[in-house]
Design a protein around this ligand. Structure first.
Ligand SMILES: [Zn+2]
Length: 105
């Protein structure tokens, strides 16, 4: 799964940054997200890590934002729900098999 540099969620542009961050190191977190309705500066920030960890962190923060953007603040803050959903979705995405045969016209 490729990690995008940005995407839109309900017409809000979300930027995605992967970097080493002192803040995340100190807080002992792998990523965070902000949905900023006022400034249109919404973002997902992910700590540099092995690819599978970055992917799962991206999906984790993505789910937080989905609940935020649909106004489900309590679900967005339900860390257990978000962790379980991101693990299930990450495994499904990471194990997807595709038919690589090209279709003939
Ligand atoms: Zn979380």
């Amino acid at each position: 799964m490729k990690i995008p540099k940005s995407f839109e969620m309900m017409n809000r542009k979300i930027s995605v940054t992967i970097k080493n961050s002192e803040y995340m190191n100190k807080a002992n977190i792998l990523g965070y997200s902000n949905l900023n309705i006022a400034t249109d500066k919404s973002e997902i920030v992910i700590e540099k890590a092995p690819t599978s960890v970055i992917q799962e962190t991206f999906i984790h923060e993505f789910i937080h934002l989905v609940f935020d953007v649909i106004g489900e603040k309590r679900l967005a803050q339900n860390e257990k729900l978000v962790v379980l959903m991101s693990q299930v979705i990450a495994q499904a995405i990471q194990t997807m098999e595709f038919d690589t045969k090209k279709k003939k016209k």
